[in-house]
Design a protein around this ligand. Structure first.
Ligand SMILES: [Zn+2]
Length: 230
């Protein structure tokens, strides 16, 4: 009784509406009402072996298991939610989307041998500007449901200075965007790591980061994202 009074009171002060349809009939810690959540297009990849995301990495890097929670399309509801996370300072959205992934992970045994999560490192300048790494927020949401450790100090994105780059402009941009380096392999040696990203399109960043991780002795790599672009 007291809890629901408090909840109603907070709702008056901080109106809380569904990001999909605007209704205010939703749980405090949710960004979507039951109807909109139900309409979010699930891929089913998390529980499915040989899914299209796994095939996307064939011949590129060795991935044990790959999964993505939902289809991502331009102007779709998921794009709106990801924009909240990446461009509207909505960290809680990362937790929310991560939780949804966490529940999908609990429903399958495909990822049971995973030892730890690693959020895909962000370009340091971009992270400083945003104030956080959105993949870290997603990881925190996942592990609130699916209990595994997060390791975020084993690999980072390399910052090149002007003098280190002498290629043409487009090559240089690729290098800056795609360069990763393992900074401490002691925590990930021999472990099964799951690399977490917000949306996987070509998989180029995952491939670059995964390639660096796979140089660590005995490391096994899996991949997971919230969104999957067809
Ligand atoms: Zn709704």
């Amino acid at each position: 009784m007291l809890k629901s009074l408090l909840s109603n009171f907070l709702h008056l002060i901080f109106p809380h509406n569904c990001e999909g349809c605007g209704t205010d009939i939703l749980n405090d810690d949710s960004f979507l009402c039951a109807k909109c959540l139900n309409e979010l297009p699930e891929t089913g990849f998390v529980a499915a072996a040989l899914n299209p995301l796994e095939k996307r990495f064939y011949g590129r890097i060795k991935v044990e298991q790959a999964g993505a929670g939902f289809y991502f399309s331009k102007d779709g509801l998921l794009q709106h939610l990801i924009n909240q996370l990446k461009y509207k300072s909505n960290r809680q959205m990362g937790h929310y989307l991560g939780k949804l992934l966490g529940y999908q992970l609990l429903d399958t045994n495909r990822f049971n041998t995973v030892d730890a999560l690693i959020p895909l490192p962000l370009n340091p300048k971009r992270e400083a500007k945003r104030g956080y790494n959105q993949s870290q927020m997603i990881c925190e949401g996942i592990v609130s449901v699916w209990k595994k450790p997060i390791i975020n100090d084993a690999i980072s994105r390399i910052i090149y200075t002007e003098t280190q780059t002498n290629k043409n402009v487009s090559n240089r941009w690729d290098n800056v965007e795609q360069a990763f380096a393992v900074t401490d392999d002691s925590k990930i040696k021999g472990k099964h790591i799951i690399l977490i990203d917000d949306v996987i399109t070509t998989g180029a960043s995952i491939e670059a980061c995964g390639t660096a991780l796979l140089k660590v002795a005995g490391l096994k790599l899996s991949v997971l994202s919230v969104g999957y672009t067809i």
